[in-house]
Design a protein around this ligand. Structure first.
Ligand code: ZN
Length: 176
C-alpha cells in the first residue's frame, strides 16, 4: 500500500464525526507566509495562536512570488486578515543549492529546458532573504498600507523567532 492509500483508509476511520461549524466561512485574523518544511508545521502552536485565526500560506523557501501575493491579496481583501507575518527559518533546503546548480543538474538529468519554473528562489542568508520578501510584499499596491507586515527568522533548534527589520535607509533616502 502507498502512503496515499494508508492515508485514505485512516481518513475513513478518523472522520466519523460531522461538525457543521466547519462549514461556516473562515474568518482568520492573521496571514502567515512560511516554508513548506515539515519542521514548521507546528508554527501556529509555537505562536500560541488558534488554527482558526490563521490563514496559512506555505511554499518552499517562504517566497513572496506571484502565487503568495495572490494568496495575500485574497487573505487581506476578501477574508479580512489584518496583519501579515513572513516567517523564514534557518537550515532551509533552499540554501543547499543555487538556482544555476539545480537547473544545470535537472537539464543534464532530463535533457530538457522547460520554461517554468523561471526561478527556484534559492538563497544563502535567511535574514537578508526575509528582508527582500518583506519588501516585495510591502510594495504591492493591492496589500493595504494599513496592514502591518513583519518578517522573522525561526530558529529550528530554539523554536524562537527573531524579527527582521526593514532597511530604514531605503525609506528615508531623500533621493527617492
Ligand atoms: Zn525552508
Amino acid at each position: 500500500m502507498s502512503i496515499i492509500d494508508d492515508a485514505l483508509s485512516a481518513n475513513a476511520t478518523i472522520a466519523t464525526d460531522r461538525d457543521p461549524d466547519r462549514e461556516k466561512p473562515p474568518a482568520p485574523r492573521i496571514a502567515i507566509v512560511t516554508c513548506a518544511d515539515p519542521r514548521l508545521s507546528d508554527i501556529v502552536r509555537m505562536l500560541g495562536l488558534d488554527d482558526a485565526d490563521v490563514d496559512m500560506i506555505r511554499n518552499v523557501g517562504t517566497v513572496i512570488d506571484d502565487d503568495s501575493i495572490r494568496s495575500l491579496v485574497i487573505s487581506t481583501q476578501v477574508l479580512g486578515t489584518r496583519e501579515i507575518m513572513i516567517i523564514n527559518h534557518n537550515g532551509c533546503g533552499l540554501t543547499t543549492f543555487t538556482d544555476d546548480e539545480l537547473e544545470d543538474r535537472l537539464r543534464t538529468e532530463t535533457g530538457m529546458s522547460p520554461i517554468a519554473p523561471a526561478r527556484f528562489y534559492s538563497f544563502t542568508d535567511a535574514e537578508q532573504n526575509t528582508r527582500k520578501q518583506l519588501q516585495k510584499a510591502r510594495s504591492h499596491p493591492w496589500i493595504s498600507a494599513d496592514v502591518p507586515i513583519r518578517g522573522f527568522v525561526y530558529d529550528l533548534a530554539s523554536r524562537r523567532l527573531s524579527e527582521v527589520l526593514p532597511l530604514e535607509a531605503t525609506h528615508s533616502d531623500p533621493s527617492h
